[in-house]
Design a binder for this molecule. Structure first.
Ligand SMILES: [Zn+2]
Ligand SMILES: [Zn+2]
Length: 322
């Protein structure tokens, strides 16, 4: 794996992981080496051409890798390893194998490097731009299958940032994540072990919270009537005088006063019930005494809110079961 990693020409394991950990710890800040907040092209490739400001280098714990003999050996010998496994070896195989040195140079080396670099770059750019924020929307990482295809599975990036110790990016079996499959296959022969999965209960919590947020946003787009706390308070006598002096068509249901002026014609149950409700508390009739009204009726009613009832309604003015 260390030799294959060197062949990608993307820095040593230690160098790569240091940046990767910084990116996770300081996502979307100046300490994030890829800085998605600085624009798509900065996070894709331009960050590589800007000299790293060592003062703005996010601190991360590298103890585990610094104590790993393979990682340190690869780091110390990175340049010769990269030159051999990244350039020489891919040419040797087709060159010695079937005499195609040119193909080895153009396809196995140059074309492969261009593709694998842009695939990796997409994890920093596209995976922070395209798709859904399935588990958290505090930061830029997103989930999208196009990114997953381009990056061999890294496209479920919102999940990856939310649960970074989880070996998976995609958690559904039908989502494309060959990196996860490789790690899992390696575990079957002991090359990887102790694979970490976040408890499903926690994963579902995040998903549900984001769904609830979406529903809340949709809710805000609809008119749900004036909130009760913003309505004026009126007594039963105030209601009567509003009807008598101002010709209002007021009725009372569940302690709320509604102005049903002009609604009688449209009342599916007939105009007579509306006419007889004026000036009375028809809570009982509305909730089943005459007819147990549907959601649609209750929603419509909220648009007619006029005031909140203060005090009592004389029992003679209340609807009974009819
Ligand atoms: Zn990552
Ligand atoms: Zn990221």
């Amino acid at each position: 794996m260390a030799l294959a990693g060197a062949s990608a020409c993307q820095g040593s394991i230690k160098w790569w992981s240091r940046h990767h950990r910084s990116h996770h710890r300081y996502t979307d800040t100046d300490f994030d080496p890829y800085g998605p907040q600085k624009g798509f092209w900065h996070s894709h490739i331009l960050w590589m051409f800007i000299k790293e400001d060592t003062k703005k280098r996010g601190k991360v714990d590298m103890m585990d890798l610094n104590n790993d003999p393979v990682v340190m050996w690869q780091h110390r010998n990175f340049v010769p390893l990269m030159l051999f496994f990244g350039f020489v070896f891919p040419m040797l195989v087709p060159g010695l194998g079937w005499g195609d040195w040119k193909g080895g140079y153009f396809w196995s080396t140059i074309t492969r490097l261009v593709f694998t670099h842009h695939a990796t770059f997409c994890v920093n750019s596209l995976a922070h731009w395209l798709g859904e924020e399935s588990f958290d929307d505090r930061h830029t990482p997103k989930d999208h299958f196009i990114t997953a295809i381009l990056t061999l599975g890294e496209g479920y990036h919102n999940f990856h940032h939310e649960f970074p110790s989880d070996f998976r990016n995609a958690i559904k079996f039908w989502q494309y994540d060959p990196t996860k499959w490789l790690i899992w296959l390696c575990s079957c022969v002991g090359l990887t072990y102790n694979l970490n999965k976040f408890p499903d209960n926690e994963v579902q919590k995040g998903r549900l919270q984001m769904q609830a947020k979406k529903i809340e946003d949709l809710k805000k787009k609809l008119n749900w009537g004036t909130p009760l706390e913003k309505l004026p308070e009126l007594t039963f006598e105030d209601v009567q005088s509003q009807i008598r002096d101002n010709g209002k068509q007021l009725t009372i249901i569940d302690g709320v006063i509604y102005n049903v002026d002009g609604f009688a014609e449209n009342h599916p149950g007939g105009r007579i019930f509306i006419k007889s409700a004026i000036g009375r508390d028809v809570t009982n009739a509305f909730n089943g005494g005459v007819y147990n009204h549907h959601n649609a009726a209750r929603n419509l009613l909220s648009g007619f809110r006029y005031g909140v009832l203060k005090g009592e309604v004389p029992s003679a003015n209340k609807s009974k079961d009819e």
